[in-house]
Design a binder for this molecule. Structure first.
Ligand code: ATP
Length: 598
């Protein structure tokens, strides 16, 4: 019972979506469907009158000029034309409605996926859920509407047709119904099996999609060629793909075999109907026109019942698949504002981390372990430490892309959990280690740093000059208006270091009071790096900044250096203080300088 209630509520939700996405086209779809359910019956009835008229004209000798025959001929053709015309119109309306719905559903999916917590991207179940939702969402609600309309249309037509068939013999109507039951059972039974199969196959499907990307994507293309990995991944793809499809084919093969048997039932029903109609016509209780009408009505009735049952089975199938979409749309966002709500404003004093700990889902060891430190307004802080020490994770916690498992981050004294994450993040600008490349215009790539601000060429250019990329842009065929990247026609690809400069320019373009640079010079040439870091204070213009770098020559300029190891703060101080202490920092520093001196 609970399951039925749930399915009904899923249908209600789906229909609400269909309606909201396009009320006008949904109404048109329903209206045309209702009209289409009457037309075939009307056609059959007119054909009966026509055939009887022709028979009469033939026996009375009045020939083709019988007025009745001509009128009926015109009427039959007119209804036939209308039936065809409405069928085409219905096709157009459905297409238009599907388009509106697709746009609407993609809107829902995309808004949800950009809002969901970043932590979801660490969980394979999230990708499974997203994959299933993305596969179903754009079209499934419309299928539900179409199946519902087909169900109502089928029911209406069948009732009309049943009246006609009952007047022939009640048993024929029963046979008509019974003959279709095996195929409905079959469809319902296999809908469940196929759904469960597809659900279980999602991880495997993602795996083959991944191998496909490795073989066809731009990023992997170089390594695949250089290391000669093509055949290796072709095999992996093939194995994964065949694994999925073989099982599916087995299920479908079984279904097809049973379907053949179920079609025998239908053929027997047709035989019985033909028997009765032929017998009655021969013994004179049916006219030729009536015979034609019943034959057509029976055939049409079979089609209606098939449509009716198949729309019912389709609705059951839909109820299974649409659940995936709603499962995704109802995923909870945990990074949200909690009471008492504080409206953040630009930093006036400091950000304080108090005993912050964080572990990635599925990891056994804490990535950040009881970390406490203060970032005062205007400070330039450097975060250093070996690979995997937790520097980038700390940045994500600071920007509230993750929430700590314990401890707190206080922004001017208020816990950042009490702030709307979007509002809070407005005060941050970050060059991530894995910064983004946007295949858009060069200038637009910088403007992405603050898309809500009115476009200002001067400001974009000034950020480009600070990051040392103005010269590169000026040399492009259309300057700042050149599309960069390699995805689109007439675009120009840049070097990795040039992309990194753009990422720095993008971060500078955003007038945020806090600036975080995670390994911003990893791909820069020595000149550019020197140019940027020798003017670092001037470039950041008094903003509170956090710099992550493995290069100690860059780190030296910080007001305070925080040394992390295995998720914990092991030292803090200025460059000079840390050298004097002779601890980890000084050892790392000496190792690096000795290496360069050699
Ligand atoms: P690097 O200097 O190499 O950039 P880092 O100090 O920035 O390193 P983090 O990227 O914060 O280190 O990673 C810290 C640890 O957290 C790593 O050892 C890694 O195992 C784990 N880790 C990082 N990202 C994830 C993730 N997305 N999911 C699970 N664990 C992660």
């Amino acid at each position: 019972m609970h399951k039925v209630v749930k399915k009904i509520s899923l249908f209600r939700e789906s229909l609400k979506i269909v309606w909201e996405s396009s009320p006008g086209w949904a109404t048109a779809n329903i209206l045309v469907s209702v009209i289409r359910s009457f037309l075939p019956l009307l056609l059959i009835w007119l054909l009966k009158i026509l055939i009887d008229g022709i028979t009469k004209a033939a026996t009375s000798g009045s020939g083709m000029h019988s007025e009745n025959v001509i009128v009926m001929l015109i009427a039959v053709v007119a209804v036939y034309f209308l039936d065809e015309a409405f069928s085409d119109l219905s096709g157009y309306i459905r297409k238009k409605q599907s388009l509106d719905l697709e746009v609407y559903m993609y809107g829902l999916l995309h808004s949800k996926s950009v809002k969901l917590d970043l932590i979801n991207f660490e969980k394979p179940e999230y990708f499974d859920c997203l994959t299933r939702a993305a596969r179903e969402a754009p079209w499934r609600p419309n299928i539900i509407l179409n199946n519902l309309v087909a169900f109502l249309r089928g029911l209406l037509s069948l009732l009309l047709m049943a009246g006609l068939i009952l007047s022939l013999h009640w048993a024929i109507a029963v046979v008509l119904l019974a003959a279709n039951i095996p195929s409905v059972w079959l469809r319902l039974h296999y809908a469940g099996i196929l759904y469960n199969f597809q659900r279980e196959q999602t991880p495997e499907a993602r795996k083959s999609a991944y191998f496909n990307w490795l073989l066809t994507g731009d990023r992997p293309s170089r390594e695949i060629r250089l290391f000669g990995l093509g055949n290796y991944f072709i095999d992996l793809f093939k194995q994964s793909f065949i694994r999925q499809k073989e099982d599916e084919i087995n299920i479908i093969r079984k279904r097809t075999l049973i379907e053949l048997v179920s079609n025998l039932f239908k053929a027997s029903a047709f035989m019985a109907a033909l028997w009765v109609i032929a017998g009655k016509t021969i013994n004179g209780s049916l006219s030729l026109g009536q015979m034609a009408m019943f034959l057509l009505a029976f055939r049409q009735g079979m089609i209606y019942i098939k449509d009716l049952f198949s729309s019912m089975a389709g609705l059951y199938e839909d109820s299974l698949f649409i659940e995936d979409t709603f499962e995704f749309l109802s995923l909870e966002e945990n990074i949200k504002v909690t009471a008492p709500v504080v409206i953040p404003s630009p930093l006036t004093k400091s950000i304080i981390l108090e005993n912050v700990s964080f572990t990635y889902p599925g990891n056994l060891i804490k990535t950040i372990n009881n970390v406490s430190f203060e970032i005062r307004k205007g400070d330039i802080i450097a975060l250093v430490g070996p690979n995997g020490a937790g520097k980038s994770t700390l940045v994500r916690l600071l920007c509230r892309l993750y929430d700590p498992d314990s401890g707190s981050i206080k922004y001017d004294g208020d816990n950042i959990k009490n702030m709307d994450p979007d509002e809070y993040r407005k005060f941050f600008s970050v060059v991530f280690q894995d910064f983004m490349l946007y295949n858009l215009k060069a200038g637009e790539n910088i403007r992405m740093g603050n898309i809500n601000e009115k476009e200002s060429y001067e400001k974009i250019r000034s950020a480009a000059i600070s990051a040392g990329v103005d010269e590169v842009f000026s040399g492009l065929p259309d300057g700042y208006d050149t599309v960069i990247g390699n995805l689109f026609n007439n675009s120009r690809e840049l070097s990795w270091g040039e992309w990194q400069k753009i990422a720095i320019a993008r971060a500078l373009y955003r007038d945020s009071p806090l600036l975080i640079l995670d390994e911003p010079a990893s791909a820069l040439d020595a000149d550019t790096e020197f140019e940027i870091f020798s003017r670092f204070r001037e470039i950041v213009r008094g903003r509170t900044s956090i710099l992550i770098s493995h290069r100690f020559t860059n780190v030296k300029l910080a007001d305070r250096i925080i040394v992390l190891d295995k998720g914990s703060v092991i030292e803090t101080g200025t460059h000079v203080e840390l050298l004097e202490n002779g601890g980890t920092y000084s050892k790392m520093f000496l190792k690096q300088t000795n290496m360069f001196n050699k």
